[in-house]
Design a protein around this ligand. Structure first.
Ligand SMILES: NC(=O)c1ccc[n+]([C@@H]2O[C@H](COP(=O)([O-])OP(=O)(O)OC[C@H]3O[C@@H](n4cnc5c(N)ncnc54)[C@H](OP(=O)(O)O)[C@@H]3O)[C@@H](O)[C@H]2O)c1
Length: 296
């Protein structure tokens, strides 16, 4: 699904913030049609988004317009257990990669989304108590049952990725969804992106606009980066948002970038950013501004 040179996954639509959008099922179904029409058909979810409400909102939109189901590909995640009114017995937030929790979580996601199969299931966060062999068996069972087509991880370091991949002999971990934007790009230092690159699988980049911080810089790093992007903006005739996308897209691992916007014209703008080819020197100008020092 996240194979190299597959342009259909250059941009993915994220649904983390969907419960804040205040859209009715008819408005959300229109929004889904609009991003699908732009060629953005992969929708990124997690069971916990919006305190367990975002998947259900998406499901209502799919039920409102049944023609949508065949047009979207759905990614969801599991393993974070949040304290929530929906789960009053939980005392603290924690992780759970037991087979029992993964299977229950997938069943709940399928029901909320109103779909019969997830195109891809990601483990949301590395669980210190993860048993790779138990997870591998569970993934096989979910695949055989037709509930999940493909599997991957999110926020895993290279060792955590390798451990799980070594147990999942017949199941390639499709991707590792990591934070990557002009303000925060630890994934380029910690080996997680390099591992996927070597395996010719595309990493997914979350929060490409640094969660909107780019448009409201709140510390010295953000201020420096935004100043640099403003200079580049004049040189390239592109917006800050486009340059932020172009910076992530320049990385040869071929990130699939997850947009979080609820605004279709902004999504179109980000698409054009993916086409922009920053020079190497300009890519490093942003790197230097973000790190606050020159290259070693
Ligand atoms: N795996 C993980 O741990 C993890 C963690 C966080 C996120 N994610 C995934 O990544 C997705 C994206 O994250 P994110 O929402 O933080 O993405 P983002 O693109 O960094 O931030 C989106 C926010 O920026 C605002 N924004 C303001 N001006 C914008 C512009 N010109 N262009 C684009 N956005 C603009 C958007 O508001 P408007 O809606 O008004 O445009 C929205 O509130 C999530 O939906 C989720 O699927 C995964």
């Amino acid at each position: 699904m996240f194979s190299r040179n597959d342009r259909s996954v250059d941009l993915v639509q994220g649904y983390w913030r969907a419960s804040d959008w205040g859209m009715t099922p008819s408005e959300l179904s229109r929004f889904i049609h609009q991003h699908v029409d732009l060629g953005v058909d992969v929708c990124d979810h997690a069971d916990i988004y919006g305190d367990y409400r975002c998947e259900a909102l998406f499901g209502e939109a799919l039920r409102y317009d049944a023609s949508l189901r065949a047009k979207v590909r759905v990614v969801s995640k599991c393993d974070i257990k949040l304290t929530s009114n929906s789960y009053p017995n939980r005392k603290i937030n924690h992780y759970d990669t037991s087979a029992e929790h993964i299977k229950t979580s997938v069943d709940n996601s399928l029901e909320r989304l109103g779909v019969e199969q997830l195109d891809c299931l990601l483990l949301h966060r590395p669980d210190f108590l993860l048993d790779p062999f138990e997870v591998a068996d569970c993934f096989e069972q979910l695949r055989s049952a037709g509930k999940v087509k493909r599997f991957g991880v999110s926020n895993f370091n290279v060792h955590q990725f390798d451990l799980l991949q070594s147990a999942c002999a017949s199941l390639p971990l499709e991707t590792n969804q990591v934070e990557c934007n002009v303000l925060r790009f630890g994934c380029l230092d910690d080996g997680s992106v390099d591992r996927l690159h070597g395996l010719k699988r595309r990493p997914m980049a979350w929060s490409p606009m640094a969660g909107g911080e780019l448009f409201n810089p709140s510390d010295d790093t953000a201020t420096r980066v935004v100043e640099t992007l403003r200079e580049l903006s004049i040189e390239y005739g592109a917006s800050l948002a486009q340059l932020a996308v172009a910076w992530v897209a320049k990385h040869p691992a071929q990130f699939s970038i997850i947009a979080g916007t609820s605004n279709i014209s902004r999504l179109k703008e980000l698409q054009r950013g993916y086409e922009l080819n920053l020079s190497r020197e300009d890519w490093y100008r942003v790197w230097v501004a973000s790190k606050g020092h020159g290259v070693p």
